[in-house]
Design a protein around this ligand. Structure first.
Ligand code: XMP
Length: 514
């Protein structure tokens, strides 16, 4: 993507908080990009960044094999802020000394004393709490620097050289526990880098549209629309840029929630007047899935079939130069393109093969986080039900039906799930519970209805609160809401005689049942 005229470079050394740093910078109304630490000084100069932030990382700055920056970047007259490993790397590169110190390592909330006449801590409180996480520490500061913060176990909690505009903090200003972290970052961004803080989501929208117009020219773009937030926002952005040069293919595998396919179609066809091809492929998917019970096999079949349908449809359209994808920043990290050590396996139906024969891939959301994508979506006037859609797995309801899938089971689950969603919305729980759905457990049990014995299906309700979906807690849903959902499912959905609530956290359970 073309650079905004006030962009900060976040240089990734493999730290856990890289994304968080980028997000905090944007919250200060300054645009930023994350790049691997291998970026050269030449490239940095060419792209005209207003400032550079070095992230933390798991290595030691004195280790010859650890990640290093191009030392020439210190000659570019661009302000640099080093955080944690980044601070140590700056010290080591500029002639200071870093040492391992197993005796005095600091982890967690730490009290620090600041020099409030420094640039970085200007108008901050003299004593405050920060978040530390380090074993190594700076023992000797480089020539030209002065110490601007100390803690009990860290003689250089921060240092700066205002003449050259170099700053370093041993702690993490980006995490919430660092009480005045945002103020320190603002001091760097506004007072050292001279950023005007005029970047907002609408600037992102305008700049991206302009960039897309230039890149696409009069060529054609294809997008696989899933109805999820990311692909919807990406498609609308491209559509705003090049209108009917974009064609969207919406493969409806029949495993979506009740009425979802129709609602998605309505928005994109009627509200946005897009070239939309909806492929109703339920029968095709169900016949491939017939008799298959193994969860991973189900995922694989759906993924492969999805690609096949997409390929068939796109071939019918003749030559299309670009493929648009709704990749967002966490996807880039998860797929291993970032430097971070933690890589989650990603299993999404939208993953298309690279060699479908396109000239290029367009990923307008590649630098954004989920909540930022939502802001863009709202800016683009995409309806709330799409922008605030809870996560929904690519393989859809197939992994919420235990065992093999039949049309009958699908219909039962869709109806039960719709009731749950309606009652969650009525109780306002849709705003606080991060993911909730019904599961067709595959268990039949005995019941009594009227005067007769029944032997019917058990529906489980799953609702979790979570920030990152890597860990989750079961939601403390009020009993009266559960009661209402249970009564309605038993009364309104055929072939269900028992409803249970899942009270397992993740770990040990996962959020989905398969
Ligand atoms: P689990 O069940 O692993 O889910 O705790 C974590 C999050 O990932 C979603 N999920 C999937 N998303 N394809 C997807 O696109 C999948 O195969 C898949 N499996 C789980 C799940 O809904 C939750 O938000």
């Amino acid at each position: 993507m073309e650079i905004n005229n006030e962009t900060i470079l976040v240089m990734d050394f493999g730290g856990q908080y890289t994304q968080l740093i980028a997000r905090r910078v944007r919250e200060c109304n300054v645009f930023c990009e994350i790049k691997p630490y291998t970026i050269s000084a030449e490239e940095i100069a060419k792209r005209g960044y207003k400032g550079i932030i070095f992230t933390g990382g798991p290595n030691s700055a004195y280790d010859d094999n650890g990640p290093k920056c191009d030392p020439k970047l210190f000659e570019l007259k661009i302000p640099v802020l080093g955080i944690c490993y980044g601070a140590q790397l700056m010290a080591q590169t500029l002639g200071g000394r870093v040492e391992g110190d197993n005796e005095n390592k600091e982890y967690g909330k730490t009290e620090v004393e600041f020099n409030t006449s420094s640039l970085m801590f200007h108008s901050a409180q003299k004593n405050n709490i920060v978040w530390m996480s380090h074993t190594d520490r700076i023992e000797e500061i480089p020539h030209g620097f002065k110490v601007t913060a100390i803690s009990k176990d860290c003689p250089v909690a921060a240092m700066e050289d205002v003449t050259r505009n170099f700053f370093a903090v041993q702690f993490h200003p980006e995490v919430q526990h660092t009480v005045e972290g945002t103020l320190y970052l603002k001091n760097f961004l506004y007072n050292a880098c001279g950023c005007k803080a005029d970047w907002k989501m609408d600037s992102f929208v305008e700049e991206t549209i302009e960039y897309l117009r230039e890149k696409i020219g009069n060529k054609k773009v294809l997008c696989a629309l899933s109805g999820g937030v990311d692909s919807s926002v990406a498609a609308v952005l491209v559509h705003r840029a090049v209108g009917k040069q974009l064609t969207c293919i919406f493969v409806d595998h029949g495993l979506l929630r009740k009425d979802e396919g129709d609602n998605v179609e309505k928005v994109f066809r009627e509200q946005f007047d897009m070239n939309l091809i909806r492929v109703n492929a339920q029968e095709r998917f169900l016949s491939k899935l017939a008799g298959v019970s193994d969860p991973e096999r189900k995922r694989k079949i759906i993924g492969e079939e999805f690609i096949r349908v997409f390929e068939e449809e796109s071939k019918k359209l003749g030559k299309i130069e670009f493929l648009c994808q709704g990749t967002i920043y966490p996807d880039v990290v998860e797929s291993g393109a970032g430097q971070s050590a933690v890589i989650k396996s990603h299993h999404n139906v939208g993953g298309l093969p690279e060699d479908v024969g396109f000239e290029g891939i367009i990923e307008p959301l590649r630098d954004l986080f989920k909540d930022e994508v939502r802001k863009v979506g709202t800016e683009l006037k995409i309806p709330d039900f799409l922008v605030w859609r809870q996560p929904f797995p690519g393989p859809g309801l197939a992994i919420r039906i235990m065992g093999d899938i039949t049309e009958e089971k699908l219909d039962i689950l869709k109806d039960a799930d719709a009731i749950m969603r309606e009652e969650f919305a009525n109780a306002g729980l849709d705003k606080t519970v991060n993911q909730y759905f019904a599961v067709m457990t595959g268990i039949k049990s005995v019941g009594v209805m009227g005067d007769g014995r029944t032997y019917d299906n058990t529906i489980a309700l799953r609702a979790v609160t979570t920030g990152d979906f890597m860990t989750a807690d079961w939601a403390r849903v009020p009993y009266d809401v559960l009661e209402k959902i249970s009564n309605r499912i038993i009364n309104e959905v055929r072939c269900v005689n028992r409803v249970v609530y899942d009270i397992t956290s993740k770990p040990p359970a996962t959020i989905e049942w398969e």
